[in-house]
Design a protein around this ligand. Sequence first.
Ligand code: SF4
Length: 137
Amino acid sequence: MIIVSGCLAGLNCRYDRQPKPVEYVIQFVADGKAIPVCPEQLGGLTTPRLPAEIRDGRVIRADGVDVTDDFNRGAAEALYLAKLVGAKFAILKARSPSCGCGKIYDGTFSSTLISGDGVFAALCKQNGIEVKTEEDI
Ligand code: SF4
């Protein structure tokens, strides 16, 4: 069983409610091989919501509000699900402050990318779950 970002499975869970469906991810879910999760919704964040980016280790919303606690809570909930199903592999949405792996935005809301992982992707790695983005596969 693998974990996939909900938005890649076609759920309208992104901050702007625009899904990012990927056909092979949807097929994994349809075949019972993958569980979709949205760490931000699991953390109690509303949809739609303002975008957020990671800056100096904190998750900051576009209006300046620190939402790190919500992101951490959601990542922990999503990790709980991943462990429940014994997932060893995750396909997560590229560049997201929760799901991004390897590259994320720099916290200036200027579309500038830096090296780094989203909160949930980092937690997965810390717990032995291999993470790839939909663009790596
Ligand atoms: Fe998609 Fe992850 Fe953002 Fe949820 S937190 S909308 S699953 S990228």
